[in-house]
Design a protein around this ligand. Structure first.
Ligand code: MG
Length: 471
């Protein structure tokens, strides 16, 4: 399968080559070409992105698509461009938060959001037919047709950045933000967030200092995934300097994670809860549904309840969340990794919008370290254990049986999440790696460590038993 939970990902020169991108784009272009309507292409600023983006351009033009090349831009800025123009769809060359040797492709429809699973299958099937990788038993392809010399697509360039920044500015209280003279640090990970977030915040009237604010596809400043360990420079900077908020993006700036003015790392579940509380306060309708991953902290549930809403737990990953939001007309949704969707702007994860909305919250309510005290404090523990792919199903079945025998209530949305007396534990096989994750949460820090440790041990025993059984 080409497509994983979040588009196509691979290592450059191995899975992700210029040839691959050209052929995939021929397949995508053949299926998504609608008359003269354009296909949009853009990328993050990885060392391989220029090469792969241009291969995509060649592929699209060769099947007669008119192409608009947006160059380097944050993923949500490219999505916003597609949504606000008459484009028939688009491709984004990005590997998001992955290390620099990776790259990937996202395939988008005319609304700027990722195409559905069955559409991905169509693209994949056509791609395999072009590249001769189709099974001998399937009928030969007929849908791919190279354009004649005089029907090759037209090429143009456009800038999505201004429109994106202006779009965000219209969605927040600019007067209020400007009146507070906030001082912000933006850690852009040397990624494309540097093209928009500092400018956006300055235009909102904030004083902005950047960390890792120049584009560099080798990511020399830090690993592009905005997790606690990777953004310690920002944390230290916030501790010794007088700023109001620190923001950290991933490599394509669809995610934003925050650090308080005192240099406290804000868990992504908590920033999601703060942004959700603000969205619920502003929502006209009561009983709002907020979709999130099954592994998100209960703090979101507590916030939703306070406003008569409810949390809908989904499989982990942004696609299922965006679709559930459309279905329920949700005011917000997202995950604890900093990927948050604001549907009043667009149905995709948006690091720029998350930043602007968090700045607005501070302008309205004061320092984020104080606001956080209003939320109940949960402790989370995230562990993992090696597990061969073929034993993942066994581990899930065994877990269900175990909780059933103990008379513990559980759900099986993604893995097995069991509700214990003092919190919850989630046993969830990874979709991409040979590991099982054991995640837990409790108001008692010692308890949650004890619980996850004991389940890691149980998993270890079950996996060993199964290996013995199956030889
Ligand atoms: Mg990303």
């Amino acid at each position: 399968m080409l497509f994983g939970t979040n588009g196509i990902r691979g290592i450059v020169g191995r899975e992700l080559t210029a040839n691959f991108c050209m052929e995939l784009s021929q397949a995508f272009g053949s299926l998504y070409r609608k008359g003269k309507k354009e296909i949009v292409i853009g990328s993050d600023a990885r060392l391989s992105s220029e090469m792969l983006r241009k291969a995509c351009v060649a592929g699209l033009l060769s099947v007669g698509c008119n192409v608009v090349d947006l160059g380097y831009a944050p993923t949500p800025a490219i999505q916003h461009y597609i949504k606000t123009t008459s484009a028939a769809g688009g491709l984004i060359v990005t590997a998001s938060h992955n290390p620099p040797q990776f790259n990937g492709i996202k395939t988008l429809g005319d609304s700027g959001i990722e195409i559905a699973k069955d559409e991905e299958s169509k693209v994949e099937r056509l791609y395999r037919s072009i590249s001769g990788k189709l099974s001998l038993f399937l009928p030969p392809p007929n849908a791919i047709k190279l354009a004649d010399w005089n029907n090759i697509g037209r090429f143009s360039r456009a800038d999505p950045l201004e429109g994106y920044i202006e779009g965000i500015k219209k969605k927040v209280d600019r007067k209020l933000i400007k009146s507070k003279n906030l001082k912000i640090v933006a850690d852009c990970a040397n990624g494309v967030g540097a093209l928009t977030t500092p400018q956006l915040l300055r235009e909102l009237g904030c004083e902005v200092v950047t960390l890792n604010g120049n584009l560099d596809g080798a990511f020399p400043g830090r690993d592009p995934e905005p997790i606690r360990d990777n953004i310690q420079d920002l944390v230290s900077f916030m501790k010794v300097n007088d700023f109001d908020l620190g923001i950290a993006h991933d490599g394509d700036a669809d995610r934003a994670i925050f650090v308080t003015g005192k240099g406290e790392f804000v868990e992504g579940d908590y920033s999601l809860a703060l942004l959700a509380r603000e969205a619920l306060r502003g929502a006209e309708k009561r009983k709002q549904v907020i979709p999130t991953g099954v592994n998100t902290s209960s703090v979101l549930q507590d916030v939703a309840k306070e406003y008569g809403g409810e949390v809908k737990m989904m499989r982990v990953g942004p696609m299922s969340i965006a679709r559930a939001m459309m279905e329920h007309g949700s005011p917000i949704g997202g995950e604890g990794n900093g990927g948050i969707i604001f549907p009043d702007f667009q149905y995709c994860r948006d690091g720029g919008m998350a930043s602007a909305r968090m700045v607005e919250i501070i302008a309205r309510n004061g320092p984020i370290s104080e606001i956080l005290k209003e939320l109940p404090k949960y402790h989370m523990s995230k562990r993992k254990i090696a597990c061969p792919d073929k034993l993942k199903g066994y581990v899930v079945e065994k877990s269900k049986k175990h909780f059933a025998e103990k008379g513990v209530e559980y759900v099986t949305i993604d893995g097995v999440k069991a509700y214990l007396d003092d919190g919850w534990v989630l046993i969830r096989p990874s979709g991409t790696e040979p590991i099982v994750r054991v995640e837990g949460e409790s108001k008692d820090e010692g308890m949650v460590e004890k619980t996850t440790s004991s389940y890691i041990e149980k998993m270890g025993n079950w996996i060993a038993e199964a290996k013995d059984d199956k030889g």
